[in-house]
Design a protein around this ligand. Structure first.
Ligand code: NAP
Ligand code: HSE
Length: 434
C-alpha cells in the first residue's frame, strides 16, 4: 500500500464499472478536490475491471487502465484499495479474499456477498488487518451503518424497521399514486438502475433480507443469519389492497423488521400496513428510510436515496475516505457476540390486514368474526365491500389487533375451510414503528 503518512494519492481499483462504478468516477470528477481535502490526500481510480471493454461508458479519467481480469486489479502495484462493485457471490468472493489476503483494504456495496459469506470474510479481514468496509451495502446513499455503529454506539438497540429496498418502494409508490401495473413499474426501476441484476432479489424480498441480516448483526451482536430471515416479497400486494388500506388510514410499505421479543430476535421482511401518520408511511419512490428504537436516543430516523449510481457511490467513497484517513474499521462493529436466538416467524407479534373473497350468502361475516373471537383475536375494523351484482362474490377486509403469528395462521386456516370463503386469503401484517 502506498505511504499513508504523506499526501500521495490513494489509488483505487474498481471491480465493476456499471451503475455504481460509473457513479464513483463521476463524483470524483466533480468533487475530487474537496474529497481530497477531507481525506487528507487525493483519491484516484487507476484501474477498473469490466466484462466487456467495448461497452460505451461516457467520459473516463485519462490513464484509467481497463481490463477484463479482476485479479489483475487486485494484484496490481498501482492499486492500494480494491472497490468491489460487480455483484454476485462466488465470483467477487475470490477477488475480495485475494485482496484481503494481500492486506489490501476492500470496499464493497455487495450485501448478498456479505450476508452469505460475511463471517469468513470479516475473519479474513481481521487476520490480515485489512479493512472490509460496506456502507453502500445497506440503504444506498444513507450513512446507516455509521449511524448504527457510531452514532448509536451508546445505546442498546431494541428494534429496526426500515424501507431498505428502493425498487420495492418505487413499485409500491407507483402502484399507489398512478395505479401503474407491477410489471411496467419494475421495467422502469430496471431502466433507472435501481434493480439488482436479477430483479427477483428485489421483488421477492431477498435483497432486503440481505440488508436486514447485516443491520441485525450490527445492532444485536448476533451472527449473520440470512437463512433465518422470514422473507415475503411485494408480489402479494394488489392495487385493491393499497386502496382498501388507504380507506382504513394506512399505507403499504415493504419493510425489513428486526426486533427484540421476549429474549429473542424477530427477523422478517414483508409488505406492511403502516398508519399514514408515521414517518415510514410517507417515504416514497426509490427513497429508503429506517427507524431505530433504542434505550437512550429513540426513535431515530434516517432517510435518503436507497439506490442509484451516484447515491450509492457517495457511500462507497465515504468508506474510501475513511481508509485514506487511516481510520480503524471494526468489521461488523456490533456489540459483543450475543446468544440471542432468532425467533421462528410463528413467535412474531403483529396486527393483520386480511382480505377474503367471499360468497354473497347470509351469515358469512358472522362465521368469520366467530373464528376470530374464538381465537381471542380482537377485530379493529371489518368492512364488506359493495357487491357488483346480486349473488356475485365480494371482498371482506378485516384489520386485527396485534396477535402472535401462529394464532393468526390457525384462524386463517379455519376461515379457508368455510364453504363461503374462496381460496386465497391475502394476509398483510400491520405495524407501528414509532
Ligand atoms: P451493474 O450495473 O450490473 O455493474 C456491474 C459491473 O461489474 C459491470 O461494469 C460489469 O461489467 C462488471 N462485471 C460483472 N461481472 C464481472 C466479471 N466477472 N469480470 C469483470 N467485470 C465484471 O451493477 P451495479 O448496479 O453497479 O451494482 C454493483 C454492486 O453494487 C452490486 O453488488 C449491487 O448489489 C450493489 N448495489 C447497487 C446499487 C444500485 O443502486 N445499483 C445500490 C447499492 C448496492 P460490464 O459493464 O462489462 O458488464
Ligand atoms: N436493488 C437495490 C434496491 C439496490 O432497489 O434497493 C440498492 O441496494
Amino acid at each position: 500500500m502506498s505511504d499513508q503518512t504523506n499526501n500521495a494519492p490513494l489509488r483505487v481499483g474498481l471491480l465493476g464499472l456499471g451503475t455504481v462504478g460509473q457513479g464513483v468516477l463521476s463524483i470524483l470528477a466533480r468533487n475530487g478536490a474537496s474529497i481530497a481535502e477531507r481525506a487528507g490526500r487525493p483519491i484516484t481510480v487507476t484501474m477498473a475491471a469490466v466484462r466487456d471493454t467495448a461497452k460505451s461508458r461516457g467520459d473516463l479519467p485519462e490513464g484509467l487502465d481497463i481490463t477484463t481480469d479482476p485479479m489483475a486489479v487486485v494484484n496490481s502495484d498501482s492499486v492500494d484499495v480494491v472497490v468491489e462493485l460487480m455483484g454476485g457471490i462466488e465470483t467477487p468472493e475470490q477477488f475480495v479474499r485475494a485482496a484481503l489476503q494481500a492486506g489490501k483494504p476492500v470496499v464493497t456495496a455487495n450485501k448478498a456477498l456479505l450476508a452469505l459469506r460475511g463471517e469468513a470474510l470479516f475473519d479474513l479481514a481481521r487476520q490480515h488487518n485489512a479493512p472490509l468496509a460496506f456502507e453502500a451495502a445497506v440503504a444506498g446513499g444513507i450513512p446507516l451503518i455509521k449511524a448504527l455503529r457510531e452514532g448509536l454506539a451508546a445505546n442498546v438497540v431494541s428494534s429496526i424497521a426500515g424501507i431498505i429496498n428502493g425498487t420495492c418502494n418505487y413499485i409500491l409508490t407507483q402502484m399507489d399514486e398512478a395505479g401503474t401495473p407491477f410489471a411496467d413499474v419494475l421495467a422502469e426501476a430496471q431502466r433507472l438502475g435501481y434493480a439488482e441484476a436479477d430483479p427477483s432479489f428485489d421483488i421477492d424480498g431477498i435483497d432486503a433480507a440481505h440488508k436486514l441480516t447485516l443491520l441485525a448483526s450490527i445492532a444485536f451482536g448476533i451472527p449473520l443469519s440470512f437463512d433465518k430471515v422470514h422473507c415475503e416479497g411485494v408480489g402479494l400486494v394488489s392495487v385493491d389492497d393499497i386502496r382498501y388500506a388507504a380507506e382504513l388510514g394506512y399505507r403499504i410499505k415493504h419493510l425489513g423488521i428486526a426486533r427484540l421479543n421476549n429474549g429473542g430476535v424477530e427477523l422478517r421482511v414483508h409488505p406492511t400496513l403502516l398508519p399514514k401518520s408515521e414517518l415510514l408511511a410517507n417515504v416514497n419512490g426509490v427513497l429508503n428510510a429506517t427507524v431505530f428504537g433504542a434505550d437512550a436516543a429513540s426513535p431515530t430516523g434516517y432517510f435518503g436515496p436507497g439506490a442509484g449510481g451516484e447515491a450509492t457511490a457517495s457511500a462507497v467513497l465515504a468508506d474510501v475516505v475513511d481508509i485514506a484517513r487511516g481510520a480503524s474499521m471494526p468489521g461488523l462493529g456490533g456489540p459483543a457476540a450475543s446468544d440471542l436466538a432468532v425467533l421462528p416467524i410463528e413467535d412474531a407479534v403483529s396486527g393483520h390486514y386480511l382480505r377474503l373473497r367471499v360468497a354473497d350468502v347470509p351469515g358469512v361475516l358472522t362465521a368469520i368474526s366467530g373464528i376470530l373471537a374464538q381465537a381471542q383475536i380482537s377485530i379493529e375494523a371489518i368492512n364488506q365491500k359493495e357487491i357488483a351484482n346480486p349473488g356475485s362474490d365480494t371482498n371482506v377486509v378485516i384489520l386485527t389487533a396485534p396477535v402472535q403469528e401462529r394464532t393468526m395462521r390457525a384462524a386463517v386456516e379455519q376461515m379457508m375451510a368455510l364453504d363461503s370463503v374462496r381460496p386465497g386469503i391475502t394476509r398483510i401484517r400491520v405495524e407501528h414503528t414509532q
